[in-house]
Ligand binder design. Structure first.
Ligand code: UDP
Ligand code: MG
Length: 162
């Protein structure tokens, strides 16, 4: 049986979001978290880590044939990353909308990359691109016990009640 605080949370999807070393060094942690939080999504895991190069290669394994792969993995492992799991209805797809296009030259104003980044190699944030990658990335970056299941009181106001 679900506990009271798990009733709503069990219905929502989760995505993996990371503030890359450039976003951390530029002092954009609070700005980025604030955009997800104000939207109405719920933070269920967060930690600061410096990933090893091997770990970065695992995270970006889909891109290993691309010419930028080595530099990308060097970069991701070059400093602290803020790793997070955000939860909410449609958060995987809409999280990507909040983030904006991969190349900040093409990201719309109003998106995180559109407002806060200039070049593709320093685009400050990562977000899972679909349900399968979300699950894989959450499993890679977090232990199950690091994810917190709870119902926020704001959910009644964000989603309404039946
Ligand atoms: N990237 C790059 N050069 C490129 C394309 C991508 O440096 O031409 C980097 C960029 O930081 C991007 C990451 O590789 O965020 C992963 O690429 P992907 O296509 O998965 O973009 P994302 O899902 O981050 O929008
Ligand atoms: Mg991607």
């Amino acid at each position: 049986m679900l506990l009271d605080h798990e009733v709503h949370a069990a219905e929502f999807e989760r995505t993996f979001i990371a503030i890359k070393p450039d976003g951390v060094q530029r002092g954009l942690i609070a700005e980025i978290i604030s955009r997800f939080e104000r939207k109405g999504y719920k933070l269920v895991a967060i930690k600061v880590v410096i990933p090893s190069k091997e770990f970065a290669q695992k995270h970006y394994h889909d891109l290993k044939e691309r010419p930028f792969f080595n530099g990308l993995c060097d970069f991701l492992s070059s400093g602290p990353v803020v790793a997070m799991v955000w939860e909410g209805e449609g958060v995987i797809k809409y999280g990507r909308k909040l983030i904006g296009a991969t190349d900040p030259q093409k990201s719309e104003p109003g998106t995180i990359r559109g407002d806060l980044a200039v070049v593709v190699g320093r685009n400050i944030i990562h977000g899972s691109d679909g349900p399968e990658t979300a699950k894989d990335e959450i499993d890679l970056w977090f232990q199950p016990e690091e994810l917190v299941t709870y119902t926020s009181n704001a959910e009644t106001w964000i989603y309404g009640v039946n």
